[in-house]
Design a binder for this molecule. Structure first.
Ligand code: ATP
Ligand code: MG
Length: 328
């Protein structure tokens, strides 16, 4: 049984890109492995955010994960800032992380471009991510394709630390899903909470349709008569995540032969999405009505995570040669 770690930022609403790219895998992996899942609020503060909204967003993200099927009886679910070892290991790891590598990260360059003044925290984002995973000595990290570069850097950070202070951290590897990169509805950038190009996982069937209807498809289909290529169509990527195999075959054939227009295809997709998402939406509403219960679940998760993290930190401090606190 492998140890699995992954996180999601409370930086906006949980969307179908998150679900198809990562969270769906989390739900599956909790039946096979020892899983630790985290709402990474400390990462979310590297982007513009409202302090008044952070706590509620964090809880909402936890509600979303529980509604999708994360089971606290099978997996540890907790909030990053509740386990202070994440920030402590982050600091230790910054001292073995090459600055040039941080500056080369695509996500840093993209997000830095969108901010007037670039905080150092945004640059250090992948180091905190390394701390998250290494604290639990996780070997498997289910993420979307956008995180592969960070995973590579994480492996390098682990290697450098191990080489200097002795083998403590296994090198984690990424686990991708079949829909590893869902594009935003405009078909340009990847779907992202912070870009406002998303379909939320818990939106009403009407809202889903309103967003899906104008969504970008294969640009080759300029008119109704032009055939398309499903492999170049973001709507088909989403179909793959929600529609059953026989529907997929039919949809692909109708696209290639221009038998259907894109709207026909989208109507079928909307039905598939609603069939999967409606029960999750109901569960999310029920959970949101009982915030105290969600907070208790998160407190239990933090206690379990903290026990593992505390153990790793003690060993990391010892290997780096810090003077132990008297009585500690
Ligand atoms: P933000 O815009 O604030 O970075 P985000 O939508 O990118 O938010 P994250 O919290 O950064 O979401 O990432 C959570 C997980 O979802 C990660 O594993 C990430 O790789 C995955 N993910 C995010 N967007 C997509 C996407 N468009 N397609 C596939 N996977 C995605
Ligand atoms: Mg992101």
């Amino acid at each position: 049984m492998a140890r699995v770690f992954s996180g999601i930022q409370p930086s906006g609403e949980l969307h179908i890109g998150n679900y198809l790219g990562a969270i769906q895998n989390w739900v599956r992996l909790q039946h096979e492995h020892d899983c630790v899942f985290c709402v990474v609020d400390l990462h979310a503060i590297t982007q513009p955010f409202e302090p008044d909204a952070l706590a509620e967003r964090t809880r909402q993200m936890a509600v979303g994960l529980l509604a999708v099927g994360i089971d606290p009886a099978r997996a540890i679910l907790f909030v990053q800032s509740h386990v202070p070892e994440h920030t402590e290991l982050n600091w230790l790891l910054t001292t073995v992380t090459p600055l040039g590598e941080l500056e080369r990260q695509t996500q840093f360059k993209d997000k830095a471009q969108r901010q007037e003044s670039v905080p150092a925290g945004l640059l250090n984002y992948p180091v905190l991510q390394a701390a998250d995973v290494l604290l639990y000595k996780a070997t498997l990290v289910p993420v979307g394709e956008d995180q592969l570069q960070h995973l590579e850097l994480m492996r390098e950070i682990a290697r450098r630390w191990n080489a200097r202070f002795g083998d403590l951290f296994p090198e984690p590897r990424a686990q991708l899903s079949t829909a590893k990169r869902v594009l935003g509805l405009d078909g340009q950038a990847k779907m992202s909470k912070s870009l406002g190009n998303t379909i939320g996982l818990f939106e009403s069937p009407e809202a889903i349709w309103e967003k899906l209807r104008p969504a970008a498809t294969d640009p080759a289909r300029k008119t109704r008569k032009d055939p398309g290529d499903p492999d170049k169509c973001n709507v088909y990527t989403i179909h793959r995540g929600f529609s059953p195999p026989d529907t997929l075959t039919h949809v692909a054939q109708q696209c290639r032969t221009a038998g259907w227009g894109c709207l026909d295809c989208k109507r079928v997709l909307a039905d598939s999405m609603v069939a999967t998402l409606a029960p999750m939406r109901e569960r999310a509403a029920a959970l949101a009505a009982d915030p105290a219960r969600v907070d208790r679940t998160l407190a239990e998760g933090a206690a379990r995570a903290g026990a593992v993290a505390g153990e790793t930190m003690r060993e990391a401090r010892r290997r780096m040669g810090f003077l132990p606190a008297a009585g500690g």
